[in-house]
Design a protein around this ligand. Structure first.
Ligand code: NAP
Length: 228
């Protein structure tokens, strides 16, 4: 079975991220507000187009986003938080602001009382097989497809994107490169994790389109997974 056949059972996954010239999405102090107003509209258009947004637990905890739809008319996206160890808490906007469904994806070994607490608050909690709190993102993608999620916009951060890329689950990258540099060992890269050894381990992508942002300081590039 080649990867294209496998993918039919899985949602179409698009990563949208706004990065510095050196490929960082957050600085060593976790500053991450890089988008110009036009790029923000691009992001929200993708929320509307794809209908479901996924983030990692650190992004939920650090940025506390609502993931609501702005600038366009339409439903707010379904919000998915991947949190194998269930570290997020009920005071986050994703939990408090009942603007659309929130799904937490966590491990079977996560705290049962905390799972119940979230469910009592009306949050959907998917529990999947885990290894020390680490989920296989192919299982996660399949479980989401099984509940009717066909397309997912992944907004970060770097650890979650690595979890997906390392399983070759990302169909499309939309990256806005801004005219800034964060550098630093403790900043967050577009893709974190263990990393690949060389280009032969990496899935390959071709450029579908690119545009110079009207702001004159950003370039937005759309990469598609290339199958040979
Ligand atoms: N510039 C941008 O476009 C942009 C966009 C989004 C985020 N950011 C920034 O990125 C930073 C956060 O990135 P990050 O790399 O530190 O963290 P992250 O990817 O947001 O979250 C990592 C956490 O997600 C959970 N997770 C990810 N993959 C998993 C898997 N396979 N199994 C189980 N759990 C999994 C784990 O939570 P548990 O440890 O609880 O299991 C893990 O610790 C923030 O500073 C944020 O501002 C920037």
């Amino acid at each position: 079975m080649n990867s294209k056949q496998t993918r039919r059972d899985l949602p179409y996954i698009v990563v949208f991220t706004t990065a510095t010239m050196d490929g960082k999405i957050a600085s060593k102090t976790r500053f991450s507000e890089l988008s110009c107003p036009i790029d923000l509209k691009r992001l929200h258009k993708a929320r509307l187009e794809l209908g479901a947004v996924m983030i990692g637990a650190n992004t939920a905890l650090i940025d506390d986003p609502s993931l609501r739809l702005k600038y366009f008319q339409g439903p707010n996206p379904v919000r998915i938080v991947v949190d194998g160890k269930l570290r997020i808490h009920k005071d986050l906007r994703l939990i408090r602001e009942k603007i659309s469904k929130t799904i937490i994806v966590t491990g079977e070994s996560a705290d049962r009382a905390k799972i119940k607490e979230f469910r009592d608050l009306g949050v959907d909690v998917l529990t999947l097989r885990d290894t020390n709190g680490i989920l296989d993102m192919t299982d996660v993608a399949r479980a989401l497809k099984d509940i009717g999620i066909d397309k997912i916009l992944v907004e970060g951060g770097g650890e979650l994107i690595w979890s997906l890329v390392s399983k070759d689950l990302v169909d499309e990258f939309r990256i806005t490169y801004t005219g800034y540099i964060f550098g630093g060992r403790d900043s967050v890269s577009i893709v974190g994790g263990e990393g690949f050894r060389d280009k032969y381990e990496s899935p390959s992508y071709t450029i579908k389109s690119f545009e110079l942002c009207e702001c004159g300081r950003e370039i937005h590039v759309v990469y598609l997974r290339e199958y040979k």
